[in-house]
Ligand binder design. Structure first.
Ligand code: GLU
Length: 481
């Protein structure tokens, strides 16, 4: 019994995300040339608003717990999602807020990190109650200046999406009637409510671009015994929510990868010949489950996907999935963290000792906040991307094609000409900006690994890059002369 209790305590410590992020920070800090006091300031969570609020549910008052953590104010506004979950607590919100700070710094998104949560079950709570919760939560944030286009800008996270963001912007605009930039108080909104094309797929697409960048380097692929590129890679994805679905679908359709396993909260699917992800999505929409999809072996244990034989494992569901308990049995050569905090520090040590390449969460899932930044920029500029330049670019491309035709004497077919001279739409620009952002961040991490002796893994490199930028910005603010 005593051993069991001790094990539980150990485990509780390992599974505490706040402590995990602190360990990640401490591992990277010695490689940053900054004052100890400044490093303490960077790692500390600046503000936490923790509150309860009442909502009338079926004629009775029910109390809900809510949080909004503001980790760092070195850049404003602060940015980060709102999580609806029964398992959320204060430490988790603070940890997730700090990950947002490092994520934004790494991918050059000029925001401080924040995160919010409400303890509720988003899947079993009636929609009208969810709406009341969301509106009341927004009101509480507005009341304490924890939301606003220049102050703190929430976004979707686990258990929330476009719908909740539309309720939030509506509530905020009601309170701040006439505020010109009110749309920019929250991102991840429906396109018709000031959102941006490509925000829904953004985190999954960012996961894809991050994997593409990692798989493009022949020295790394040689070391792992893999071929260069994503084509034909055997991939297992844990999760089938927004991030996991888009990551899997884009990896399959654009990257030519073979998705051989999918894990959900209630079991896994396995098919060594590949699973058609869009067909599986249709099946799940119709039946409510991934189970029953033709051609797949079904495994009851939801965590079995983590141990499947594959080239790339994408944990894109929840935190604390790869731990000291199962890391030794992970067979993937690359672990690509789509979720926030899916690998515990002890799990990571085991993976690294086996030579596994870990694409860390603060890099790999930064696509969401990157496109949120584009949405916020669109909102404060009050203009859709591409609106000014499109017709100009189409005209210029046609003139160029006319010239090529006259030199070669070969006219282009009309459909080919149109494809070559179409000019970018908002979605094209969003995807281009996102890919560039992921590629630059990957290069920055690799540069640290190449130039800092002792930095041997991408997570430590990502933290070094991020902490350096935050330290510089604090120094330039003049707080630490
Ligand atoms: N919830 C997402 C994340 O963890 C997106 C945050 C945002 O767009 O502000 O990165």
């Amino acid at each position: 019994m005593a051993t069991q209790e001790a094990k539980t305590v150990d485990n509780a410590d390992e599974l505490n995300m706040y402590k995990a992020v602190a360990r990640q920070f401490e591992k990277a800090a010695p490689f940053v040339d900054a004052d100890k006091g400044l490093l303490d300031q960077i790692s500390a969570c600046n503000n936490l608003y923790s509150f309860t609020f009442p909502v009338l549910v079926e004629g009775k008052v029910q109390m809900f717990e809510g949080w909004r953590a503001e980790h760092s104010h070195h850049r404003k506004p602060l940015k980060g999602g709102i999580r609806y979950s029964l398992h959320v607590d204060e430490d988790e919100v603070k940890a997730l807020a700090s990950l947002m700070t490092y994520k934004c710094a790494l991918v050059n998104v000029p925001f401080g990190g924040s995160k919010g949560a409400v303890k509720c079950d988003p899947y079993r709570t009636p929609v009208e109650v969810l709406e009341k919760i969301t509106r009341r939560y927004t009101f509480e944030l507005a009341h304490k200046n924890f939301i606003g286009p220049g102050v703190n800008v929430p976004a979707p996270d686990m258990g929330t999406g476009e719908r909740e963001m539309a309720w939030m912007v509506d509530t905020y605009s009601t309170i701040h009637h006439g505020e010109l930039d009110a749309f920019a108080c929250v991102t991840g909104k429906p396109v018709s409510q000031g959102g941006i094309s490509g925000r829904t797929e953004a985190t999954g697409r960012g996961v894809y671009y991050g994997i593409v960048e990692a798989c493009a380097r022949d020295d790394d692929m040689d070391r792992l015994g893999l071929s260069v590129g994503t084509e034909g890679k055997r991939v297992v994805v844990q999760g089938f929510g927004n991030v996991a679905y888009h990551a899997a679908s884009i990896l399959q359709k654009e990257g030519g990868a073979k998705i051989i396993g999918i894990g959900e909260y209630n079991g896994c699917l396995y098919n060594p010949d590949g699973i058609d992800i869009d067909a599986l999505q249709e099946h799940r929409k119709k039946t409510g489950y991934i189970q029953g999809f033709p051609g797949c072996e079904e495994i009851e244990d939801p965590k079995a996907c983590l141990e499947m034989d594959c080239d790339i494992l994408v944990p894109a569901a929840i935190e604390n999935q790869i731990t000291s308990d199962n890391a030794a049995r992970v067979k993937a050569k690359i672990v690509a963290e789509g979720a926030n905090g899916p690998t515990t520090p002890s799990g990571e040590e085991i993976l690294l000792s086996k030579g596994v390449m870990i694409l860390p969460d603060i890099f790999l899932n930064a696509g969401g906040v990157t496109v949120s930044y584009f949405e916020w920029t669109k909102n404060i500029s009050h203009m859709r991307f591409g609106r000014m330049a499109k017709r100009f670019e189409v005209g210029r491309d046609h003139r160029m094609l006319d010239l090529i035709e006259s030199v070669t004497g070969k006219p282009l077919a009309a459909d080919r000409r149109e494809a070559l001279a179409s000019g970018p739409n908002e979605i094209d620009l969003v995807r281009s900006g996102l890919w560039n952002t992921m590629a630059d961040a990957y290069d920055e991490m690799k540069e640290v690994m190449a130039n800092k002796e002792g930095v041997n893994d991408l997570r430590t490199a990502a933290f070094v890059v991020a902490i350096n930028k935050i330290a510089t910005s604090y120094e330039q603010l003049g707080i630490f002369p």
